[in-house]
Design a protein around this ligand. Sequence first.
Ligand code: ZN
Length: 303
Amino acid sequence: MSNDIMIHGMLCDRALRFAAIDGTELVRTAQKTHRLSRVATAALGRQLMMTSVVATLCKNDTDTVTTVLAGSGPSGNLVCVGRHGGLVKGYATNPWIELPLRADGKLDVSGYVGTTGKLTLIRDLGLKEPYVGMCNLVSGEIAEDFAQYFTASEQQPSIVYLGVHENAADGFVTGAGGLLIQTMPNCPDEAIDRVLRITDRIPMLGMRLADGETLEAIVKDLFSDLDAEYTDRMAPAFLCDCTQERLERALFSIGKQDLTEIIEQDGHAELTCQFCGKTYHFDRPALEALLIEANDNGGNDEG
Ligand SMILES: [Zn+2]
């Protein structure tokens, strides 16, 4: 039974908004699904939680948010997709790479992700073209990179905290949490000053979750002097939404020539969803039906 929760609210007479997440179970599920190394658990876990948070701030139920971290480190790309209610899925190109702990005993997330590269955020709001924003990585520690993205690319000054705590011995996730605070339009400087006074206490959030405190109690304590209003709560989760039909479309998109080759050489195809590892089987009649459809449509032969 998951205790994961997300809490939305406003601070300082609605001058700022916040979204806080306890994503402990969500990160555990990602770790198990992809057999993530300890450092990959921390990196993908942080990104999954922020992607989940951003997706809940979309207006419509059908909007989705995709985040891609493409850094210079050994992780390869880290890709997450968030949707309504905080449901999120994601994967890392190289999920098994482990790195030694840093000198201060912490997981070397920036060593895994890389300190240079790009963070891309794609908002699919159901319009003809998705909205794509991008910024350079500032540290590869992910929270700072998202803060930079919101501030520079979306002109939304933001405080971002993300933390994943794991047992040193076996990598078991003891607590994972995140917090996003953003200014609303015409936010007075005085309100920003009030929020900045609590920033040194925010990094305790993940550890406090690991110690067994509830997110609700931590948030109430953290914001006790900030006139907090609580507007919404939801149950985030790591959950893939792949289907046979969706994978079939992926297969269709490879083009007539490749489809013909698969039919002639193998007579069947297996496709694995990279977000959750589930395998879908396509037999010869299914592949032949796709080929007929491709021929009818004039298809594309580019492959
Ligand atoms: Zn899937």
